[in-house]
Design a protein around this ligand. Structure first.
Ligand SMILES: Cc1ncc(COP(=O)(O)O)c(C=O)c1O
Length: 344
């Protein structure tokens, strides 16, 4: 029983229901398969029941209390987690330079937003993680209701979420982890450990690294707060079943032998490239985020050279370093283009 099985259901019924394209009228014919999967909420398909089953199955894969499929990105997962955690005027700790959804979540919950800072690494032009003692000091200083930690960071800096979770549990603080960039972590022992089994709430964007469509994502929960109610506050009552089906298929793929093999191939291909680039420095806790710098060249200049000379576009650049994102769609052939860097 899966969400995808809905597509196999045939009926001689005439549906006078929404969506009124009825899977037959394709304004954009190129997407006709999408229209066909875009079904109504009606009982015949039992989509709601199948979605619940698919989410329960996902929770078993991840070992969480519950896992919800999101079709509005990690953004909606962060907002729902904060709405479930904070009542008006409760203190919410966020990193001062976090993704804007962290602040927006606090605003929507009417929480008292308190910003914390992270140590800056001036050699690489990026922010580091909080160390465990600093994390504890922060919670003791502010006694917040909840704290949001971004791990990994955009550049692949991974926090010690296991220790953070022990401290937050002891101090009664809800730990929300923004693992938007770490959706592959639960599926390879060669990647950093995922927060899915430690934090109270964890969000992961499937679309960033795990081969998912924009903006598919997951919200994992390991606590007793009413996350369903919070999600209801911000969700449409007409979910996109085609997108939900891709989420179901995405998770099954990641957990399959084929999926794990693909992740390990990506990691091995990156390792191979790195050994060839003796003139380039690499940094970070996550090998799939290629954070590089070259002595004597600024990050901006490196980015410019990559773009103008080698037709390579990076994800993010600062004064010191440049970052290239990889994921399930990053082929060996694409990675081989990075060997041009040896000419620098
Ligand atoms: C660290 C971080 N958190 C959250 C988000 C939001 O994710 P989404 O685009 O899936 O809503 C982003 C997006 O760039 C991000 O970089």
């Amino acid at each position: 029983m899966s969400l995808l099985s809905i597509l196999k259901k045939k009926s001689n019924k005439s549906f006078f229901t929404t969506p009124s394209h009825s899977g037959q009228f394709f304004i954009l014919h190129k997407f006709y398969q999408w229209y066909r999967a875009d079904i109504s909420e009606i009982d015949f398909y039992e989509p709601q029941k199948k979605l619940e089953q698919a989410e329960e199955y996902a929770a078993k894969i991840y070992g969480t209390k519950s896992t919800n499929f999101l079709t509005n990105g990690s953004t909606s997962g962060i907002i729902a987690s904060v709405l479930a955690s904070c009542r008006p005027n409760d203190k919410l700790l966020i990193w001062s330079k976090a993704h804007k959804c962290h602040r927006n979540a606090g605003i929507l919950a009417n929480a008292e937003i308190i910003e914390y800072e992270l140590p800056y690494n001036s050699e690489w032009g990026i922010y580091e993680k909080l160390d465990v003692l600093e994390f504890e000091k922060l919670l003791l200083k502010h006694s917040p209701k909840a704290i949001i930690i971004t791990s990994p960071s955009y550049e692949g800096i991974v926090s010690d979420i296991k220790s953070f979770s022990e401290i937050s549990k002891r101090l009664g603080v809800i730990l929300i982890v923004d693992e938007a960039h770490g959706a592959l972590y639960p599926f390879s022992e060669h990647l950093p450990e995922s927060a899915v089994n430690y934090a109270d709430f964890i969000v992961q964007s499937l679309h960033k690294t795990a081969g998912g469509l924009n903006p598919t994502a997951l919200l994992h929960c390991n606590c007793d707060l009413n996350i369903k109610k919070a999600l209801e506050l911000i969700s449409t009552t007409s979910p996109s079943y085609p997108m939900l089906m891709t989420i179901e298929a995405n998770i099954k793929f990641l957990a399959s032998k084929k999926g794990k093999k693909k992740i390990n191939e990506l990691i091995n291909n990156i390792k191979n490239i790195r050994t060839k680039l003796s003139n380039i420095e690499f940094y970070g806790d996550d090998i799939t985020k290629i954070l590089i710098k070259k002595q004597g060249i600024s990050g901006f200049k490196l980015s410019e050279i990559l773009y103008d000379k080698f037709n390579i576009e990076d994800e993010k650049t600062n004064e010191k370093s440049t970052m290239l994102v990889t994921g399930l769609g990053t082929t060996k052939e694409k990675l081989i283009k990075l060997t041009y860097l040896i000419k620098l």
